[in-house]
Design a protein around this ligand. Structure first.
Ligand code: SAM
Length: 254
């Protein structure tokens, strides 16, 4: 039971991520539940706090985990991380290069996409961020297909044309562009996640001289609806802007 991950949801849909502990107790503002009862109820089950609040018990999905895990840096939003997997055209067995690791959110999406026969090489320059990312990834994903590197991507020693994809979520991706492009296989994709359009424009200008073709710039719109009949309309509060996704494809060197 030690360390087992569960997600509890209350009547208002609020979610709580917990790591079960021997003798542990979950504290909700409407009462407490011993961890042992949560374990017994199991995923799909229900528990009640000592004040009668009902909580549903779940195994967290990757999306739920990413939104509720501890963070050192802001993780890539799940709608964007899943779109990046599609834009990178990842499949089991592929090798993907990532920077920066941050809290390990995007790393988990990449690791699941390339599967046990694939590999994610993830670079992070800040030690506290990397430590949190490693803990986050290992708590959710027990497959050993991620290599964590405490290093700026600029300083990494990378084999030429050895990666099927490059995923960048860092402030100044243009600084690592030449290195990442060299490590990318021809006809494959480099995708950057950038919150500001000024960063997008800077990046697009900085590819000059590199064998990269700008294919697409897009945003992922994800609109949630409130359905409590007869109420049925888009939620009044939505996730607004998260980031732009910028997709480059590599030319073959002449
Ligand atoms: N995608 C991550 C996630 O889902 O958790 C979040 C990444 S966070 C926004 C950006 C990270 O990039 C920070 O942790 C920062 O320290 C790291 N970073 C910035 N420049 C870097 C570089 N040149 N090489 C490696 N890591 C870098």
């Amino acid at each position: 039971m030690e360390g087992e991950l569960f997600l509890l949801k209350d009547a208002k849909g609020r979610a709580f991520l917990i790591h079960l502990k021997e003798g542990g107790v979950f504290h909700h503002h409407r009462g407490t539940v011993p961890h042992e009862e949560i374990r017994k109820a199991g995923p799909g089950g229900r528990v009640w706090t000592h004040l009668g609040e009902e909580l549903s018990v779940h195994h967290p999905t990757l999306e739920e985990y990413l939104l509720h895990m501890r963070r050192s840096a802001t993780p890539t939003y799940p709608k964007d991380a899943s779109a990046m997997v599609t834009l990178l055209d990842l499949a089991p067995g592929m090798r993907v290069l990532e920077a920066g690791t941050g809290s390990g959110g995007l790393t988990l999406f990449l690791a699941r996409a390339v599967g046990p026969t694939g590999l994610v090489e993830s670079y992070e320059k800040r030690p506290q961020h990397l430590a949190q990312a490693e803990a986050n990834v290992k708590a959710f994903w027990q497959v050993e297909n991620v290599r964590f590197h405490l290093q700026s991507l600029e300083e990494a020693q990378l084999e030429r044309e050895s990666f099927h994809g490059v995923a960048l979520d860092l402030m100044e991706p243009w600084k690592v562009l030449a290195k990442a492009t060299e490590a990318l296989k021809p006809d494959r994709f480099l995708v950057a996640y950038l919150p500001n359009i000024t960063q997008v424009l800077e990046l697009v200008q900085r590819v000059e001289g590199l064998p990269l073709k700008l294919e697409r710039v897009l945003e992922v719109a994800w609109r949630e609806w409130e359905i409590r009949l007869p109420v049925a309309h888009p939620r009044f509060q939505q996730v607004g802007h998260t980031a732009f996704l910028v997709v480059f494809r590599k030319w073959k060197d002449c």
